[in-house]
Design a binder for this molecule. Sequence first.
Ligand code: NAI
Length: 214
Amino acid sequence: MEYKEISQAVISRLPRYYRYLGELKDEGVERISSQELSKKMHVTASQIRQDLNHFGGFGQQGYGYNVEYLYVEIAKILGLDKEHHLILIGAGNLGQALLNYNNFERRGFIFKGIFDHNPKLYGLKIRDIEIRPMEELSSFIKKNDIDIAVLTIPKISAVTVAEKLVECNIKAIWNFAHIDLNVPENVQVENVHLSDSLMKLSYNSSRYHDIGKK
Ligand code: NAI
């Protein structure tokens, strides 16, 4: 299948399609119409059709979508058809919580190494992975074919550490530090800020109640 350039808005909806299709697949569902998927996902059927049309015309009138096929194709688009090797930098509260969540592995995201600058943590293990000093970062990345770095360190050191990661040829950073990273164009950064999500919830909740009062 030939892939066109796909907008980030569409890409951001793909993981959700992927999750729902995975559930349908597990339930033994072989095909589904955009209307049925729409009801399940609370997204309009036309949005679903538009989104999925980017990946070829495999939805057929009167047939719907082949669940298995669509699931596999979306996995390929999301790069889930191959294993990703991750390192995490910052083995504190957040870092440990992420490392202890074993569902990432099921999706092919494998933590290979953990780094921290606190000597008290060196040699300790989280789910069998040893915490290493930052001095070993560069050689570890080279040896272990690492493609994603997870940053769970305070924002004051995040920029410097990101620069180091770029020097080590890392091309993808999952950034939890509350700061924008200045990286070259060929390095992808995905910022995750739980507090942004909470503020959005706060906005939507306040707006809903304000409208309700009118
Ligand atoms: P923490 O203090 O428990 O852990 C931070 C760890 O990073 C410590 O083990 C520390 O030794 C290590 N560290 C600090 N500077 C380092 C450096 N230059 N190189 C290597 N290791 C370094 O903090 P916590 O609660 O885990 O939070 C970590 C960061 O994540 C904070 O900046 C916090 O603001 C942010 N955070 C972001 C969230 C989000 O949704 N994006 C949610 C929660 C926290």
